[in-house]
Design a protein around this ligand. Sequence first.
Ligand SMILES: C[S@@+](CC[C@H](N)C(=O)[O-])C[C@H]1O[C@@H](n2cnc3c(N)ncnc32)[C@H](O)[C@@H]1O
Length: 248
Amino acid sequence: MLRAEELELLGDLRGASVLHLQCNAGQDSLSIAQLGADVTGVDISDEAIAFATRLSSDSGIAARFERADVYDYFVAAQARGDQHDIVFSSYGTLCWLSDLRSWARGIAQLLKPGGRFVLVEFHPFALVFDPNWRFKYDYFNDAPVVEAGVHDYVAESGLGLAPGGEHAGVKDFCNPHPSFEFAWGVGQVVTALAQAGLRIDSFVEYPYINGWKAFECMRDLGDRRLAPPEDLPRIPLMYSIAARRPPA
Ligand SMILES: C[S@@+](CC[C@H](N)C(=O)[O-])C[C@H]1O[C@@H](n2cnc3c(N)ncnc32)[C@H](O)[C@@H]1O
């Protein structure tokens, strides 16, 4: 479900051609389509794309979904001459990408002149903490951090990430596959976009996180926004970037 932050940044979507990168199971892609856009969602996961395609057909909300690695998709889409009004990406996408420069270049090349890129992400400063708010991870990382398998954070976040209804998830779920996560600093992200030729219109940091119960004792601010406990200093937990390909 789209949140107020991305809705405001995306603006009027009627008639817009939108490329949704790392769209996962397509719920946000279909919400964007419902607002009048022509949407293409791309994700590397077979299962997510199969779900998204089924959801589109079951709901009658039209959208295209393609299973692809974003880097391969950029090459193929550029060869076809695809151009979009908006490229969108949100919540937990950058940590899976190994090459920020190619990512930014791919986005810039698939935008029409004057087209916009919208990103809403978890703030890398928040990701230096373990779940108990203890400093654990370097902010600056040249190599991916190797972690135990991704846990069932959707079920652990309750209604925060499943507004359609809470579900228990898989009991005692234990993912045997380690994850390799890239901690891109905000300077690296902004620089990659600027060097790809995009003009940054806004860069906003938020003192709360949408939905994801990443840490202990989060305070519920309502509207599925979560903030650190009151005895902790206010820190940025999310950020957004709106950038634009300069008009021709
Ligand atoms: C946390 S999810 C994004 C959540 C999504 N914005 C949503 O609201 O549902 C991250 C997604 O990135 C996808 N992903 C990771 N690496 C990718 C890659 N190289 N190319 C395409 N998709 C990728 C994963 O399959 C996953 O669906």
